[in-house]
Structures are given as structure tokens and as C-alpha cells.
Design a protein around this ligand. Sequence first.
Ligand SMILES: Cc1cc2ncn([C@H]3O[C@H](COP(=O)(O)O)[C@@H](O)[C@H]3O)c2cc1C
Ligand SMILES: O=C(O)c1cccnc1
Length: 369
Amino acid sequence: MVASLNRYCQRIPSVDDQVGQEAARYVDTLTKPKGSLGRLEAIAVELAKITGHMKPQVSPPGIIVFAADHGIAAEGVSAYPQEVTAQMVHNFLNGGAAINVFARQIGAMLEVVDIGVAQPLAAPGLISRKVRYGTANFLKETAMSLKDAVAAIEVGIERAEAMIDRGIKSLIVGEMGIGNTTTSSAMLAAFLCGDTSGAYPGPDTTELAERMKGLVGPGTGVKQERVIHKQSVIARALALHRPNGQDPVDVLSKVGGLEIAGMAGAILAAARHHIPVIVDGFICTVAALTAVRLCPHVNDVLLAAHRSQEPGHQVALRLLNKEPLVDLGMRLGEGSGAAVAFPLVEAACRMIGEMATFQSAGVTDGEGA
Ligand SMILES: Cc1cc2ncn([C@H]3O[C@H](COP(=O)(O)O)[C@@H](O)[C@H]3O)c2cc1C
Ligand SMILES: O=C(O)c1cccnc1
């Protein structure tokens, strides 16, 4: 790993288990039968551990949407054309996308970052941090250089730290990039397959494509034949580049995406500053996995928001050992599932922050376990 990134990761603290234990004891003193608020109680304890505060806060939340294009889109892996990425950036800036609506609902700060859209973009409010004009088609060549992968991670760190300086108390990262479910499936497969020796076969990739089944899905809504085509594209790319699943920067540079690198960097920055991350769907969970491979205890600051319909999401969640809060059948990205689940996380904070104790309210405690 590059020295500067390595140094940054080394400065990421562990969560505070002692505050967590105190918070768990305190939750049991609140005016309710013990355990009766179910997972909200566990979330409150997680948030206490992450923030180091017995009464954690997650508001205001910050949302950073990273936009970038994918050379692999040229292989016909999406139901929509590449120019939709740039068009949606304008939609975000005009406030008309799903994430804008949910960001307003939860009072979030929202920022849109061009980290690698394939065409020049300039518009009021857009944060321009283009590392390159989209990735290369990774079926033919590596997606980007190692230097670009690290630069994109560093853009994510920079943007998250800027928002943290502005006072956000939790972070949601979202993305826009036509073709990025293919990229995410390829990265997930690399993290899985690259772990075992001899994982990548020779020129015949049929068996490898078969193993892609549970990792590849319809994305924006391609038909089953095209899902099979996506599996084959990914298998051929993996056999060509043989990414090392133990080395997330290698995986990013060979089959990754600029926005996924940016999201991973932003997640690292949140962990560095004791800020909880509410993880969106498939793409975001692959970015989170990338951050966790860079620094394993980053996993402790992640809360999985929702279960995406994209099949690989289930696999990625299992690798992180996370159970999502809700399953609404969503498959959008942009950070939308995380924003929709945010009020549940906020409820957990309010519970531990505002409820009376048996003692303060003069209510007689029982022995409920
Ligand atoms: C209008 C529109 C808005 C979106 N917002 C998020 N995505 C989502 O769909 C894309 C990934 O799917 P695939 O790999 O099939 O291209 C990403 O841009 C993702 O953020 C959108 C897609 C479209 C078409
Ligand atoms: O779950 C996601 O992040 C997702 C699923 C489909 C398309 N875009 C994003």
C-alpha cells in the first residue's frame, strides 16, 4: 500500500468498548422492559462506542455523492447509456434526484463530487475533483493506475474531512456511475476469489463465470441474458488481470471505479474522526469492504442501512458480518437507502439521549431480562 495511505490508516482509532459497555448498562436503566426496544438498543450502544459518547448524536448527517464513469460500460452491461452519469449530476445539482428528496427530509448536508465523469463538467455547486475522465475498459486494460486509485481515495478523505469540519455527525456516501454494478461485482469477486490460491484459471473462464452467479445482478434492470453476459465479462477481466484480493488498491486499479475509491476514502475519514457511517446498498457496501480491507477495524463504524435487491449485496454484507436495518426492495444507489433508513438511527440516539430512567421518573423497576 502507498505510504501516505498506510500512515492515514494507522491513525484510525478503534471504537471505545468501555463507553459501549457503560451505554449498554445505561440503556437497561431506561423506563422500558429490558431489551424491549430491540435492535434500537443495540444501535444506540454501537453509536456510543463509535462516537465515544454515552449520548451520541447523528444529526446533522452529511451525504457525499461521488460521480464517475466506467469504461466497462462499452461492453453493454447497463440498461442505460453512459451519458446518464453526467445528466444525473445536473439533476443532483438541481435538487431533483431521489437522494435530494431524502436529503431534504432528514436535514442532511449534501455534496456532489465529480471524481471521474467521462466528460468535462462545470456547474454551480459541483465539487470538481476529476482524477481522470472515467476508467478504462477493464476487459481490455487495467481500469486505472495505482496512482489514480490512491488519488481517488484521497479525494474521498479530503471531502469527508471537509464535511466533518463543517459539523456533520454521521456520514452517508452515495454514487452515480453507469456500469458500476459490473465494477462492484468484479471487485467483490476479486475480494472473494483472490483470497484463495489458484483462484484464477487459465484461458477457459467458463467455470469462473459460473462462480460469478450469486455476485452479479441486473443493476439498472438488464434482462437475464445480459446478466449472464456481465458474468462472462467479469470472469474474463479477472482472468486477465488476476487482482490480489488482499490488496484493495490493486483491486481498485485493475477492476475498480473512481467513485468507489472515493467512497472508500470518505469512509476511512469518518472512522478516523469517530463519525458513524450509514452504509447504502450494493455499491456502497463494496466501497465499505474496500475500506475495511485497507483497515479492518473500520468495520466497527459501519451500520448497514438496507438490503438492496442486487444479489451481490447479500454476499458483501455477509463478508462484513452486517445485518441491514430495513429491506424495502430498493436498488437505486446514490445513498438513497441509507438516507431512508437514517430516521431509525436517529431514533436510537433519541432513545438513549432523551428517555427517562426508572429512577429519574420514579417508576418501579422489575426483573425483566
Ligand atoms: C436515471 C438513473 C439514476 C440513477 N441513480 C443511481 N443509479 C444507479 O444505477 C447505476 C448502476 O447500474 P448499472 O450498473 O446497471 O449501470 C449507477 O449509476 C447507480 O448509482 C441510477 C441509474 C439511472 C439510470
Ligand atoms: O444497491 C445498489 O447500490 C444499486 C443497485 C442497483 C443499481 N445501482 C445501485
